[in-house]
Design a protein. Sequence first.
Length: 592
Amino acid sequence: MVAHNRMAFAALSSTRVRPRREPRQINADLHTSGAQGLSMQKKPTRAAATASPMSTADAVVATLIAHGLDTVYALPGLQNDLLFEALFKFSDRLRTVHTRHEQGAAYMALGAALATGKPQAYAVVPGPGLLNSAAALLTAFSMNAPVLALIGQIPDADIGRGLGHLHEIRDQTGIIKRLVDHAALIRKPEQASRATALALRAMRSGRPGPAALECAIDVWGKSAPVELQAPLPVPAPKIDTDAVRRAAKRLGAAKRPLIICGGGAQDAAAEVTALSAMLQAPVLAYRRGRGVLDGRDPLSVTLPLGRDLWGEADVVLAVGARLLTQLREWGFDRELAIVRVDADAKEHNRLHKPAVAFTGDTKPILQRLIAELPAHNAKRASRKAEMQDRQAAWRKRLEKLAPQIAFLEAIRAELPEDGIFVDEVTQIGFAARLAYPVYKPRTFLSPGFQDNLGWGFATALGAQHGRPDVPVLAISGDGGFMFTANELATAMRDRIPLVAVVFNDGAFGNVRRIQQERYGNRLIGSDLANPDFVQFAKSFGAEAERATGPQELRAALRRAFAHRNGPTIIDVPVGAMPSPWEFIHMGRIRGG
Ligand SMILES: Cc1ncc(C[n+]2csc(CCOP(=O)(O)OP(=O)(O)O)c2C)c(N)n1
Ligand SMILES: [Mg+2]
């Protein structure tokens, strides 16, 4: 195989690479060491200008490597056999991790993207393979996560003819275009590298997000002289100096400023932290913005205190956040001015006209605000004591959720500062969004507005695969865990040391409680017949144990985090838990 790879790289290195046009602007994340192996990319010379024949599949894979990708999460099949040939050929540069279901592959790519902040790819067959991966692709879209889907196709000449080829689906391209903003069908080897580079650029340009490339069964193997495309520059919108001044004036004069972070703030932690200190502004995050400001800072708030602060704020700085809950559920009025920073210009005016709006990457925009603010900022006393009191008051009311919080305390005590917590749609997850302290960015992965049951275990596997240097913990209910529990086989084969805690109440507990409380206890479709999760996990060869109560969980976690040679499943039997919803959907607080 080594000799085989050498030959492939000998062929590659005589392949011409298009020079980058604006090398200064190339996003650092895309221009990483993975590209260095393709040394011809760094200094395109005249000598290397003869493009040599290359297959479509080789060109796609070489371009992924040149963009710094190191893994493809995949499930093979006939249409993609020649793609897998290329993955074999380049397997010392790009690992192929194959899963047991396409949703596992796509969720793993998503988890790796969220944990690393870098683009990730998955590959699946057309039709059922695509649809099996679709919930994860939808989630990647909703979370603006840079995930590239490589999707097979029926023979090129027959696309759209409805002949009934294996895995044919009507208008696959149309379906994909509804799921992602950037999609392309590769029809010739000459297009393959540039199409891949364009997809990877689209994933980082403007509002980030997934992209998809389709390629027909008979196109992967076609060869032609190919120009390998180096990473393309990502355009950065200009920052309006006048707007910076207006925003700094508003914020500087604010009596009760509030910062709200969404997922778009994850790469601007230092800037948000600095602004929060300068303005003595609390920073509200609920799901995707957690960890941008360290949860130990008294200015770091989640719900429900965040809603009180929204009620009294005069200026809000929204950083990469949709504000749907705030503007729709909590209300607004003329006394509230909003300064918005968002990668997507369409986001600004959807529900409300902001006082000042910035479009672009949050980090450089916030840096400009930090530079401008001192000229306009009011003298501010520390709000530390006030915030500590208010936090304590809400902690007291949240004691209603003591059963959940006790488990979260056990987890926080054992998961190191930079350990990654992967949330699920379960009782402990709902409480975690309110009460689990997050210390660092990208260490609390929560599915955002899809809130899709079953994302957790496989997404966490991808997070752990992408970040082998830190412990990753997945929580799930017995319902959510079984969506992708089959991927325990993947975790064993690839020795992924994920620790997964299953809170086992024998029910779709959330649904059951709603049926009890709101629908006269008419229980339907909410009880679960479970396997013995310890036996189940052990049958894969995984470590597994049962822990009853928070103390036993803490001890089990300590053992689990010490085991780095494969996954651990901890089954935690629980009863029904108190409802968190009164702390999450709290209704209007301003605007009548
Ligand atoms: C993909 C998807 N299907 C259905 C739901 C609706 N749903 C929300 S919570 C839930 C039950 C979760 O059960 P479990 O994972 O056991 O957690 P528990 O509430 O028991 O803690 C369901 C079915 C959803 N959020 N996502
Ligand atoms: Mg359950």
